[in-house]
Design a protein around this ligand. Structure first.
Ligand SMILES: N[C@@H](CCC(=O)N[C@@H](CS)C(=O)NCC(=O)O)C(=O)O
Length: 425
């Protein structure tokens, strides 16, 4: 991992202090989108640079989605592999070239903002097209700006932190920041046994505490989805696949904590969230980019199929300020005759008879896409076995649906196929 020193790129680790403890640097760009100031709220003016791999950037992507800001703030995904040159742009697997600054590397954007800057080059980055500078590169503040400034002006009439819950949300997210969100990094990047043990102990003490606090509760604060749930989610979604092994956070996996696991599933099932989750980027990023931890860059084979597919629920969420469900409900499909549906599905989903089952394999480019698909069709899941098999290879995920009931297939409607087509595009 490198950093910019007076605008020049230097490659070295610079992550731990003398005791071997990982120290996260303070974000240096801390501007605000606000009515009076250099960055006024405007639709189409701001651009978000993110990595699908990064839990901090993931917070901003979910907030952008849930607050209805996808057409208001554009976004750009960097390549998951952070090389010795830092984050870079590519056009593979959901990434894209930098259409705004035409840069090859994220560090170039930091230099446009300040040619002499000394800082780490991190995602997320919120860019202002007008002033050609970085407004802010601190996820917590970007999420709050989306919520307080851009969503009321241009987005959904929803809040992830209603004023009455703000103090409680802030206290809780501050409480688990260093032990959980940053704690997994403190375990993984520690360079002494004592520093690792300190981080490991506080991580699992806080997870145990959160597990107790979630008993009988759906959401962490105020009976509704808030920033606190999202900030916990982006760490826990990565936990079993990456932090457990790569960062040695291995006292327990999240799937061994019933309440934390259910909470992760619940957030994942919120319409819109699954589309922001890309496990393939996550796994590649951590295992390939951290040379000091995994010098041969070998990407482990598993586990990838632990993630919630069985209890996916659809539906509206109780978010403050809403009589109506704030987040888009799954499309209501027009009911078609069994004959029409059978015709439509024929040749596209390729059902076949296997012993006494009808079986259909659906291929997806990534685990995230397969999950997104399952979320879309969750209300049809009764027609199938409730435990679809998921087979992962590095470049492809196959979802196997099985049913005993031929009528179940023809009882499906266009929503199923449309969701599939939409996701495969
Ligand atoms: N405080 C920042 C942290 C962002 C951060 O550390 N992002 C990581 C990716 S997970 C990064 O870009 N690291 C590159 C580096 O530190 O060199 C935030 O919450 O936005």
């Amino acid at each position: 991992m490198g950093k910019l020193i007076n605008g020049k790129w230097a490659y070295r680790l610079w992550t731990t202090d003398a005791s071997g403890e990982f120290k996260r640097s303070e974000s240096v760009f801390r501007g605000q989108i606000q009515k009076s100031g250099p960055h006024p709220p405007q639709a189409g003016r701001y651009h978000l640079y993110v990595s699908y791999a990064c839990p901090w950037a993931h917070r901003t992507l979910i907030a952008r989605r849930l607050l209805g800001l996808e057409d208001v703030v554009s976004a750009q995904v960097v390549d998951p592999y952070m090389t010795q040159e830092g984050w870079h742009f590519s056009t593979r697997d959901g990434c894209g070239a930098d259409e705004v600054n035409h840069a090859d590397f994220l560090r170039d954007i930091y230099r446009v903002a300040n040619p002499d800057v000394t800082c780490r080059v991190t995602v997320p980055v919120l860019w202002d097209r007008e002033t050609r500078t970085i407004v802010n590169n601190e996820s917590r503040e970007i999420v709050r700006m989306f919520d307080r400034v851009l969503a009321p002006a241009f987005g959904a009439p929803a809040s992830l932190t209603p004023a009455k819950l703000e103090a409680e949300v802030d206290a809780l997210t501050a409480r688990f920041y260093n032990s959980v969100n940053n704690g997994v990094y403190r375990c993984g990047f520690a360079t002494s046994q004592a520093a690792y043990t300190r981080a490991f102990t506080s991580l699992f003490a806080e997870l145990d505490q959160l597990e107790r606090e979630l008993e009988g509760k759906q959401w962490l604060v105020g009976g509704q989805l808030t920033e606190a749930d999202l900030f916990l989610f982006t760490t826990l979604f990565r936990f079993d696949a990456v932090y457990f092994g790569h960062f040695k956070c291995n006292r327990r996996a999240i799937r061994d904590y019933p309440n934390l696991y259910a909470h992760t599933q619940r957030v994942y099932a919120v319409p819109g969230v699954a589309e922001t989750c890309h496990l393939d980027h996550i796994i590649e990023h951590y295992y390939r980019s951290h040379e000091s931890i995994n010098p041969k860059r070998i990407i482990p084979g598993g586990p990838r199929d632990f993630f919630p597919v069985n209890t996916v629920q659809q539906g509206a969420l109780p978010v403050a300020g809403h009589a109506e469900p704030p987040f888009p409900a799954p499309p209501e499909a027009t009911r078609l005759s069994a004959e029409q549906v059978g015709e439509h599905l024929k040749g596209r989903t390729r059902w076949r008879l296997e012993e006494d089952h009808l079986v259909c394999d659906l291929d997806f480019a990534s685990f995230g896409d397969a999950m997104a698909y399952l979320t879309h069709v969750a209300d049809k899941a009764e027609a199938f076995n409730h435990h679809p098999d998921i087979h992962n290879s590095y470049s492809r995920v196959t979802l196997r649906l099985r049913t005993h009931d031929a009528d179940a297939i023809t009882a499906l409607d266009f929503a199923l196929v449309d969701a599939l087509d939409g996701i495969r595009q």
